[in-house]
Design a protein around this ligand. Sequence first.
Ligand SMILES: [Zn+2]
Length: 294
Amino acid sequence: MRRCVRWRVVLVAWAATVATTGAASPAAAAPTSTWTVIESANFRLCALADRPTLDALAATCEATREQLCSKWLGKGRHAPWDVKCYVVLHPTAQSYLHEVGQGQMTAGSSLIEFGTDRLVTRRIDLRADHPQGYADALAHELTHVVVAQRFIERQIPRWADEGMAVMADAPAKQSLHLADLTQARSQGQMFRLVELVNLEQYPSPDRQATFYGQSTSLVRFLVERGGPQRFVDFVNQATAEGYETALRRTYGIETLGQLERQWLVELDRHSAVGRADAASPSGTHDRSVALKSN
Ligand SMILES: [Zn+2]
């Protein structure tokens, strides 16, 4: 998805309803339909759906969580979450927007609330009726939830958080983000790296496409240098000791300026490869306007 704007927002009403009644009607549920709530090891799921459908969704959530934990946090058995992640599958955009509040075109949204030394709320809202489905949105939002476990003391920088989450999106959608970056670069609209990595909030709507494209590209560049877990360690160290110390220790890069120059060289190389592919008969064109609305 292209917006994750609900970080660190207190939201307790729905959670309290489920905890006490075992059933909930988030927003505009059809009055004659039944909300089913089930639990798995790490999730509590709620949907206007039958039990087999929810069981299948729970299995997908557990498997995706395991895969994302192994990718970003390291292999091995991961301790069950002490606070389960609520997953609400909304039947309509109206229901979804009533709960999420914004993000009309998105298929999913995550909510993570931090206590003093632990996560106290994990929640993902999904739109069952979204034209592109919600499978990608689930993986994207679950990346935010999984990675948050490593950033309880200090908030993960926005660029790193979104760049990692976009890596769970479908390749075609990642290509759209990178196309946004190409366009921003051609128009001289890119963020300077020092500006991007120090953004404390999401940028204004007119710069969000650039933000997602640039964040995606930068995270990919660093992950390709040392792997996903090393990247998470780098970001964690950067939030504690500053980017330049973390860059030097993790990647042998002395300054943000040096990182920017190396990243731009890589961007030029990919652009050249892309032009060569486009000129060849076997060049692929996976752009889809419809996907971009997700
Ligand atoms: Zn996101």
